[in-house]
Design a protein around this ligand. Structure first.
Ligand code: GLN
Length: 291
């Protein structure tokens, strides 16, 4: 006589509770993260997962969830596990060469839209250049809001430009978005109306002290701002001097303690400067216009 042991029947609810417990020990936003990971494996959005609590999961699904939870416990951000992150209402695909877009960076988009509106450019065919375009977060958010605008995204990492290209296609923006691989503006000439950038701005010596989620999972090229952290900002200042139209504006993200220093640098170079706070009230974006 053979005894066949039935595999354990695990429901979505049981699996969800188990994942939540494990992630809770890892000190993360356990409930929402459990739903996001399960939703990813089960092919549904996070909010719908509890509606399927009665369902029994397959062995394959169980193994897939287990693998994701183990990676999460080892410090990999949920956005990396899912390969996507929402930004400005856009569901962006990510890649190994792109940052996970941060909510703070929406301040760049807001400031740019305000500057564009102040110039009555909202319905105009303006050109927007994004230096270090990454996944396309900032540029595609702007193109989604400005139906006549044309975007150029530059990135040193070919992998990032490819992801940005795919995102542009996903959102139906590809015909208004050119992507170039190179050291930002080196191959560009002519005039652009708006420059946006979230350059790498972490001081090289501070990188080792960043959270594991950033240090081990965001690309170093997108973080490392050189010895004083301002290498990327200096490159943006140079590009702005060369390419920005007379009435144009540039919006540059800075680290939490960098706004005053960049503002000083820009003023000495002759720029008119304004600062924009993020949701926590930290000066997060430096706006430049020609004087
Ligand atoms: N905002 C990112 C962080 O602090 C850094 C991104 C950047 O260098 N532009 O993790």
């Amino acid at each position: 006589m053979t005894v066949v042991q039935a595999p354990p029947r695990v429901s979505v609810a049981q699996l969800r509770a188990g994942v939540r417990r494990r992630l809770g020990r890892a000190g993360t936003g356990a409930d929402i993260e459990a739903r996001m990971l399960l939703g990813h494996v089960l092919g549904m959005d996070a909010g719908s997962v509890p509606l399927h609590d009665e369902r029994v999961v397959t062995a394959g699904e169980l193994a897939a969830v287990e693998a994701l939870v183990a990676r999460r416990e080892a410090g990999e951000p949920v956005a990396r596990l899912l390969g996507r992150q929402e930004f400005w209402g856009l569901d962006l695909e990510l890649g190994p060469d792109t940052l996970v877009p941060r909510p703070d960076t929406e301040t760049v988009v807001e400031a740019a839209l305000r500057g564009v509106a102040a110039r009555s450019w909202t319905g105009r065919a303006i050109t927007i250049l994004d230096l270090g375009v990454g996944s396309g977060a900032i540029l595609l958010a702007l193109l989604s809001e400005l139906p006549q605008a044309f975007g150029i995204g530059a990135d040193r990492a070919p992998g990032a430009a490819l992801v940005a290209r795919r995102n542009a296609m996903r959102f139906g923006l590809a015909s208004r978005c050119g992507l170039v691989v190179g050291d930002w503006d080196e191959s560009l000439s002519g005039r652009v109306d708006v420059i946006v950038s979230n350059p790498p701005y972490i001081r090289a010596e501070d990188i080792a002290g960043l959270d594991i989620e950033v240090r081990e999972h965001d690309p170093i090229l997108a973080l490392d701002g050189g010895g004083d952290g301002f290498d990327g900002h200096r490159a943006v200042l140079g590009a702005a001097r060369r390419l920005l139209a007379p009435e144009g504006l540039a919006l540059v993200e800075v680290g939490f303690d960098q706004a005053a220093a960049l503002a000083g640098m820009a003023e000495r170079l002759g720029w008119a400067v304004r600062l924009h706070p993020d949701l926590r009230g930290v000066s997060r974006v430096v706006e430049l216009a020609r004087r």
